[in-house]
Design a protein around this ligand. Structure first.
Ligand SMILES: C[S@@+](CC[C@H](N)C(=O)[O-])C[C@H]1O[C@@H](n2cnc3c(N)ncnc32)[C@H](O)[C@@H]1O
Length: 214
C-alpha cells in the first residue's frame, strides 16, 4: 500500500499486480474485498516448487541488507530480522491463498512484455521490484515494451522503486519519461510516503490519456 500510495478508494478499482511473485498483496486485499489479479511467470509452478525457488533469493536479500546496512533507511522495518519476519509472513499468506487463488484466476502465469489481457482490463496496474531494479539484466527496450503493455491493459500504471539493485536511480527512468509520450502515454514521477532503499521515494506513474476508442 505504501509503495504505491494506495488508499481506501482503490478498493473499488480492478487491480493488476504484475511481477507479484511470492508477495501477499493479492491475498490480503482479496480478503478485504478488493479485486486483485496477480501475474508472475513463477505461477506456472506449484506450491512446493515456489517455496523452493524463493529460498535462495531470500538469503541473497538478507546478505545485502546485512553487508550494506547503511544503504537502507530503517524507520519502517526497524532491523534486518524484522524484514525477514515480515517477508516470511508474506510468503506464508501468499502460499495459503495460492492454490485456491489459482483456481479462481487470481494468480495467473504470465510475463512482460506480453500480457494475456484485453485492453483496459484494469483500472490500475502495480509493478514493484521488477522494472528498473534489474536494469543490469533487462534493457531499455524491455522497459519500454513492458510499460507500453501495462499501459495497454490498465488505465494507469504505478512502478516502484526506480532504483537499480545497487541503490542508484536506474539510467532508464529518464529515457522512459522521454519516450512513453510517443506511445500516447503520460509518464511522470510522484512522491511516495515510504523509504527503504535510501533515496527511493518516488514512483513512476503512467496514464493512458487517449480516448477509449484509440
Ligand atoms: C523481486 S520479485 C518482486 C516480487 C513483488 N513484486 C515484491 O515487490 O515483493 C520480482 C518478480 O518478478 C518476476 N518476473 C521476472 N520476470 C518477469 C517478467 N518478464 N514479467 C513479469 N514478472 C516477472 C519474478 O518471477 C519475481 O517474482
Amino acid at each position: 500500500m505504501k509503495f504505491f500510495e494506495l488508499r481506501e478508494h482503490h478498493a473499488t478499482y480492478k487491480l493488476l499486480d504484475c511481477g507479484a511473485g511470492p508477495s501477499s498483496f493479492a491475498a490480503e486485499q482479496t480478503a478485504l474485498g478488493w479485486d486483485v489479479t496477480a501475474v508472475d511467470p513463477t505461477y506456472a509452478l506449484d506450491e512446493t516448487e515456489i517455496r523452493a525457488s524463493v529460498r535462495g533469493g531470500v538469503e541473497w536479500m538478507r546478505g545485502i541488507m546485512v553487508d550494506e546496512k547503511d544503504r537502507f533507511c530503517w524507520d519502517f522495518y526497524g532491523d534486518v530480522d524484522r524484514v525477514m519476519k515480515l517477508r516470511q509472513e508474506a510468503l506464508d499468506l501468499f502460499l495459503s491463498d495460492y492454490e485456491e487463488g489459482k483456481r479462481c484466476g487470481r494468480y495467473r502465469a504470465g510475463a512482460l512484455p506480453v500480457l494475456d489481457f484485453a485492453p483496459r482490463t484494469f483500472d490500475l496496474a502495480l509493478c514493484s521490484h521488477l522494472l528498473f531494479i534489474y536494469s543490469d539484466y533487462l534493457d531499455l527496450e524491455f522497459h519500454l515494451r513492458a510499460l507500453i503493455e501495462l499501459g495497454r491493459v490498465a488505465k494507469e500504471t504505478r512502478v516502484f522503486p526506480l532504483m537499480n539493485i545497487d541503490g542508484q536511480r536506474s539510467p532508464y527512468v529518464s529515457a522512459v519519461l522521454d519516450r512513453l509520450g510517443d506511445a500516447g502515454l503520460d509518464a511522470s514521477l510522484e512522491p511516495v510516503d515510504f523509504e527503504f532503499q535510501k533515496g527511493a521515494t518516488s514512483m513512476l506513474v503512467v496514464r493512458d490519456n487517449r480516448s477509449p476508442d484509440c
